[in-house]
Write a protein that binds this ligand. Structure first.
Ligand code: SAM
Length: 199
């Protein structure tokens, strides 16, 4: 099982599917709360994995992070770049694949993911976790949100998945917190979790 192709995501964004299925036209409230509770140190860097049109990347920049967003869809990155320009925010954006990113080792203090990991199958999840461990500074955090249940097209973000893909020698895992992930149109039963890269 692999992730959906770039072409599928580009087509989805061109068709405006994000408005119907996954976008919330604002930074996600749970991330805003997380950032308010854990303000960054000066110069800290954060990366939004599968950033889509960039609303959560905006939240990272507003919180004071040097913010970067990556997405496999050039269409999404174009929309995110337009949003950052419109809001006057300095955000680095690039097209990239979370299974292998052209970004330096230990570059980021915080990674966030709203709805990317839950599209990945088991092999891709292993590659994703390897990238997360490589990109995070020691002690750095991944704030991960995704579907609570297996439900097409989602694979669950649940305890077995976390144990399997984020092994205890590389990550410590916080509590799995059930919540409802709201989009402009839908609600999804989801889990949120914070994973910490080992020192
Ligand atoms: C459900 S959308 C969520 C987008 C955004 N995080 C949000 O909350 O609106 C999933 C995003 O992951 C991106 N994506 C899927 N597979 C990816 C991959 N292998 N590498 C990078 N981005 C990927 C898609 O293009 C899409 O923008």
């Amino acid at each position: 099982m692999t992730t959906t192709t770039t072409m599928d995501w580009d087509r989805a964004y061109r068709a405006g599917d994000h408005h119907q299925y996954w976008e919330l036209s604002a930074p996600s409230p749970d991330l805003v709360g997380f950032l308010a509770a854990t303000p960054p140190a000066p110069g800290a860097r954060a990366l939004d994995l599968g950033c889509g049109t960039g609303w959560d990347t905006v939240a990272l920049a507003r919180a004071g992070y040097r913010a970067t967003g990556v997405d496999i869809s050039g269409e999404a990155v174009g929309l995110a770049a337009a949003r950052a320009a419109e809001l006057g925010l300095e955000i680095e954006l690039s097209v990239g694949d979370v299974r292998g990113l052209d970004l330096p080792d230990e570059e980021f203090d915080l990674l966030v993911d709203r709805g990317c990991f839950h599209h990945l199958g088991p092999e891709d999840r292993d590659r994703y976790a390897t990238e997360v461990a490589r990109l995070l500074s020691p002690g750095g955090l991944l704030y991960l949100r995704g579907s609570r249940q297996e439900m097409f097209p989602f694979k669950p973000v649940d305890a077995p998945a976390l144990t399997r893909h984020f092994p205890a020698d590389r990550f410590s895992t916080g509590p799995l917190m059930p919540f409802q992930l709201h989009t402009d149109v839908l609600k999804l039963d989801a889990n949120a979790v914070v994973l910490r890269r080992a020192d």
